[in-house]
Design a protein around this ligand. Structure first.
Ligand code: SF4
Ligand code: SF4
Length: 437
């Protein structure tokens, strides 16, 4: 079996958040492979811990990918401040000609467009992918999973960082499908009575109050914050408020655009114009909301740049959905050219943490080799970009740990799904398979 076939069989998808099926990337021919160890979401430290404790597996995954894609160059993007992680991965390079790309401690340094530019000096074409300029980028946990797939081990666990208002902030492997309640209990329990949970981070993640939600192959971690924290109150507004307030209060100062990392890289992303379009009732190529198309939803404009505490990121998200529904595709008019002030406008992570009122929660989350015990798991059929996978088991059947339980629809972009525990298939719905130990 080729590496790409093994990856497909093991159900590896991008673990960094997007969930793009990895077998497609491993099957490509490219010149450069890049490991993304940039991790920049405030408080989340799971990639750092993975690099410290599993440096060899990550580097081997990168070498396997370089071989399978025929790339002549391998780069490893990592923050300069993370010296322990740097030493942990570097000692496994063994003359294999992997180069380190040292990154500053800025937000967002893990955005693929940003990382590729930092590592190679190349700019991804507007709305393009890194493959368009001869690069394949993978998050370090994806590389770890590639290493395991090569040994025929499917993805049944996810490395998560559980931090914030918990008694024992920590990073550990958890079974795909385990509930958030069990994760929080494993991290010592919440240290406050009323709390909200940011899934995957406060900048790009989602807010929930539902402890029954479950871990997927892309869950980076949980940030628990008291219910009266500024970020919970800010995020927990009804959607119509975001846009109603924006319509009346945006003074078009354009700070949101001036600090936008995509705008500074030279892409036509102008959130202040998208905010202006909130006054219109329609979407369309003649309306300013097309300036949202190349936004990466990093959240900087909403949570850092806007002096009025408005919601330009959310306006961009809404604009992108409306444009997609209308079938309108924005084509950048100008050549991509890095803004001369880019370096001077980067946002230090520390400053962002301060602004987000997270200083008191910014603690290490050391790796714990123990795992929570899952008595039942709810494994989602769509954890990846593309089509949902379809069940290959029936209710009442027994499933083994690591057994393939959902497959890829013929000819579609999708990913295999495996059981993360041994048990009985109790329920199958259009959205998930529930297995009870
Ligand atoms: S920073 Fe805020 S007030 Fe200024 S243009 Fe952007 S959304 Fe409007
Ligand atoms: S979320 Fe805001 S700052 Fe981030 S890319 Fe989109 S428009 Fe730019």
């Amino acid at each position: 079996m080729s590496l790409s076939e093994k990856i497909l069989s093991a159900g590896v998808i991008g673990a960094g958040g997007a969930g793009f099926p990895t077998h497609i990337k491993a099957n490509a021919e490219t010149k450069i492979v890049v490991a993304n160890g940039a991790e920049c979401e405030p408080l989340i430290h799971k990639d750092y811990e993975l690099m410290v404790h599993f440096g060899e597996e990550i580097v081997e995954g990168l070498k396997l990918l370089r071989e399978s894609t025929g790339a002549s160059k391998a780069l490893f993007g990592i923050k300069k401040k993370n010296t322990v992680a740097i030493n942990s991965v570097k000692k496994h390079f063994n003359g294999s000609n992997i180069e380190l790309t040292y990154l500053g401690d800025f937000y967002p340094s893990g955005d693929e467009y940003e990382l590729v530019y930092e590592a190679t000096g190349r700019l991804i074409p507007p709305a393009g992918i890194s493959l368009d300029i001869g690069c394949v980028v993978n998050n370090v946990e994806t590389l770890y999973n590639i290493f395991k797939a090569n040994k025929n081990e499917p993805v049944t666990e996810k490395l998560v960082c559980v931090t914030g208002s918990v008694k024992k902030p920590s990073t550990f492997f958890a079974q795909v499908g385990i509930s958030f309640k069990e994760l929080i209990d494993f991290a010592g329990g919440a240290s406050v009575k009323d709390f909200g949970i940011f899934i995957g981070g406060v900048m790009m993640g989602k807010l929930t109050f539902d402890l029954d939600e479950v871990v997927t192959k892309t869950t980076a971690g949980l940030i628990i914050l008291p219910k009266d924290h500024y970020l919970i109150k800010r995020k927990n507004q009804p959607e119509q408020n975001w846009h109603r307030i924006g319509k009346s209060a945006c003074d078009q100062c354009s700070f949101c655009t001036e600090f936008c990392p995509r705008y500074l890289l030279g892409y036509q992303v102008e959130p202040h114009k998208v905010m202006r379009s909130l006054g219109f009732t329609k979407t369309g190529s003649a309306v300013w909301n097309q300036m949202a198309e190349l936004c990466c939803s990093c959240g900087l404009c909403t949570l850092y740049s806007c002096p009025e505490d408005l919601y330009p990121k959310e306006a961009c998200d809404k604009a992108k959905t409306e444009m997609r529904n209308e079938g309108i595709k924005f084509v950048q008019q100008k050549p991509v050219k890095v803004h001369p002030i880019k370096e001077g406008r980067r946002v230090p992570l520390n400053q962002l943490i301060q602004k987000l009122r997270l200083k008191d929660f910014d603690k290490p989350a050391p790796f714990n080799p123990e795992k929570p015990i899952a008595h039942s798991v709810k494994i989602l059929l769509k954890q990846h970009i593309g089509e949902a996978s379809f069940p290959l088991v029936k209710e009442g059947e027994n499933a083994k740990e690591g057994q393939l339980i959902a497959g890829i629809p013929e000819g579609k972009l999708s990913a295999n799904v495996h059981s993360s525990i041994a048990g009985k298939v109790e329920e199958i719905t259009g959205g998930y398979i529930k297995i009870v130990k």
